[in-house]
Design a protein around this ligand. Structure first.
Ligand code: PLP
Length: 345
């Protein structure tokens, strides 16, 4: 008998012990573009290492960005995306900010679809995880002076993932960073520039060593207003009103953030996008963070300046739970999607 082709066989992976970590999958998409010209048609190829000039713009000057999105297997067999056109548009904004070639929206979405279909066996069974899709756009051409690279690469790969925070809906403990900031006004905090992330690794690692799940960053000017939780957006609830930091250019405009705001308003809540003073957040009734990887994760406590705020005695707050349930039901195809957020891949 013929051996089953690799692409049809079930991968040897324990779906129930997956974390948010790297697993090599079968296929990836790659396309290139010379500065000032159109993109060459992209191709699918086996997952493999890249060949890159040591003078490539991305490894010398950090000229690059990433995106992150998820594909999920619904109960009825459909493979659902979540507002992928917003990832495409955010990548375009970021490419402009970083002086890179802009990937057309249709090309971005087509690449994502191809990567999902050619890695279909890596999409976890319903309810047991997601296929995390990682688009990258970076300056791959050689350049010595600090200037836009002469060539760009658009690449998409995918990895099966489990929960971002260990413990799923267990409220996480956070610590406010008094030493470090993530982004300054006029900088690149509002786009998914790769260079925004390495400076957060050491503070985050130190916080984890102290037993915290992540760090909360305050604004770089007043060191007073909440910006983000690591790589997720911040929300808090006080007297049934939902608060989230307004987008001032230093905060990443999360698609989960936007969807949470729209969903909460559709459920009748008042949502204020405003400056969120850390003292106010410490006195809130509930707090949570939102992002593609984290979805909606309840915050159990925040440490700041020697004080600890505890929310709902470390239990999940009612509004946090309601929003999590409503959002994840739409994302997983368990509830009707009146917004049209979940196109099939
Ligand atoms: C990606 C990201 C988010 C969340 O954005 P989503 O579109 O919801 O995934 C929030 N903050 C930072 C810094 C991020 O990089």
């Amino acid at each position: 008998m013929m051996e089953e082709a690799e692409s049809d066989s079930e991968p040897s992976i324990d779906w129930d012990s997956m974390t948010f970590s790297f697993t090599e999958t079968d296929r990836m998409y790659i396309a290139k573009c010379k500065q000032g010209e159109d993109w060459q048609p992209g191709v699918m190829q086996d997952f493999q290492d890249l060949q890159l000039s040591p003078a490539a713009g991305v490894i010398n000057y950090g000229q690059g960005l990433f995106e992150g999105m998820k594909a999920r297997r619904a109960e009825d067999g459909r493979i659902l995306l979540f507002r992928p056109e917003l990832n495409a548009r955010r990548a375009q904004e970021g490419s402009r900010r970083l002086g890179m070639a802009v990937v057309p929206e249709e090309m971005f979405l087509d690449a994502v679809h191809q990567v999902i279909h050619e890695n279909e066996r890596w999409i976890p069974p319903t309810g047991r995880g997601e296929l995390y899709i990682r688009p990258l756009i970076f300056g791959s051409g050689a350049i010595l002076g600090v200037a836009p690279a002469p060539e760009y690469t658009f690449l998409v790969y995918a990895v099966p993932v489990g929960p971002y925070f260990k413990g799923g809906m267990n409220p996480i403990s956070l610590k406010v960073s008094d030493e470090y900031h993530r982004a300054a006004p006029g900088g690149s905090g509002g786009v998914k520039a790769i260079g925004n992330y390495a400076p957060g690794m050491m503070p985050s690692k130190n916080a984890k060593a102290e037993g915290y799940a992540e760090i909360i960053y305050l604004d770089a000017v007043h060191h007073r207003y909440v910006e983000e939780v690591g790589a997720a957006n911040f929300f808090c609830v006080k007297d049934n009103v939902i608060y989230t930091p307004e987008l001032t250019g230093t905060i990443l405009p999360g698609i989960t953030r936007l969807s949470t705001i729209e969903l909460a308003r559709s459920l009748g809540y008042q949502v204020l996008e405003t400056k969120v003073d850390i003292e106010f957040a410490m006195g809130a009734d509930e707090a949570f963070c939102a992002g593609t990887a984290a979805v909606i994760s309840p915050i159990g406590s925040i440490e700041h300046g020697g004080k600890i705020a505890t929310y709902c005695d470390g239990e999940v707050g009612a509004i946090t739970k309601q929003l999590y349930d409503a959002l994840s039901a739409i994302q997983e195809g368990r509830a009707p999607d009146p917004f049209g957020w979940t196109p099939s891949a």
